[in-house]
Design a protein around this ligand. Sequence first.
Ligand code: C5P
Ligand code: ZN
Length: 425
Amino acid sequence: MGIEKKAAELAQVIQQQEHVDIITHCDADGITGAAIAKQALDRAGIQNEVRVVRYLNKQVLEETRSFAWLIDLGNGNIRDIKKGQTVITDHHFSNEYYEYSLNPFYFGVDGETQVSGAGLAHMVASRIADIDATLAIIGAIGDLQDVQHRRLVGLNRVLLRNSRIDAKKDLRMYGRNQPLFRMIAYASDPAIPGLFKRDRSAIGFLTHLGIDYKKSWVECTHEERKTLFSALVKILLERGFGYHHAERLFGEVYEMDGEDIRNHATLLNSIGKYGEGESAVAMCIEEKFDGEAIRRKHRNRIRKYIAYAKSRLDGYGELYYFHGGTYIIDTVVGTIAGMLLRDEDFAGPLLAFAENDEGIKVSARAPYPLVQKGLNLSLAMKHTAQMLGGDGGGHRAAAGALIPKGMEEQFLHMFDAEIKNQLTR
Ligand code: C5P
Ligand code: ZN
């Protein structure tokens, strides 16, 4: 059976229900996916309720009283779901088979680049009611599905044609409507060597090219764009990056009513992270992506969190740490740690704890010089968490874990030993 046929089968199963619980993941992909599902069910006259969760666990599943539609999650929980009473549209990899799952990997479709959770939800929802794929594209972009190939591919292309999103070839940098110096200094894929996070150098570079640094990319003339683009390519090539790296500057970008939809996705992600996913779903349905009030609220919250973290900052061996308790929400404690690390000079890794329903969330961030000396937070995090009955992972400079409550002291002790071991090898 092909993926399209499976989608039609799942749509039929859903249409037989009186009530559906839509359970979704709290990021842009999950939120847009839930909005798509909800619109379809509303139009078909099927009662429904949306729940946006950070992760799926037994408790969430047990609280589900009616038929469930799991979006952007569920593939990792097949053992615990009510079989026959659940439909899954999730693009995360899973080996386990379940009849009512539209798992792209069953059909040879890559769930990292070709279709997202929202796209899969759309494949089913569009067979229940006539719904365009605009939100599915915002979800895919939120999931960074365009990053690898610098454009959407596979099923995402089919969805794109069925959406109100404009695709065009352009500079891929974020912030094409912001002042050029900022756009260039904060570009990260690729970062521009010598200009990265250096506003002054970026201003100097633009001035040298004879381009007003306060202008935005969209305000530039064709000639200015050509000049700037060539100069950026030249920097990358001169610094020894190959053509394939420089090529990443250019690709497809996606806009709705002239606005880069990465902005919409970022907004949805941040609302979801702060535990207000249901209101983000409503925003999607109303297509009101005006985020200024929300951004202001979040900025205030972050300021309070940072002050709290600073007031509780302490040291342990090679480490710095703070405990956010239940005050700092666990989904952003890592972001807060990253901001502190950027603001202040830390000689060692910074650990951050926060309490959630499941246990203690741990986040770690390390100054880059330590990573160059061989520090690997991901390994230290995984080892330490696993020894304490939790689990974790991540990257060399940024990692996270979940451990049982009450284990913070032990964690600090063991993590510190791991770090010392890594740095003296
Ligand atoms: O949550 P935080 O921002 O600190 O996560 C940093 C990195 O650690 C992320 O790349 C995430 O994938 C990883 N992580 C993990 N296991 C966890 C939490 C985070 O692998 N339980
Ligand atoms: Zn996703």
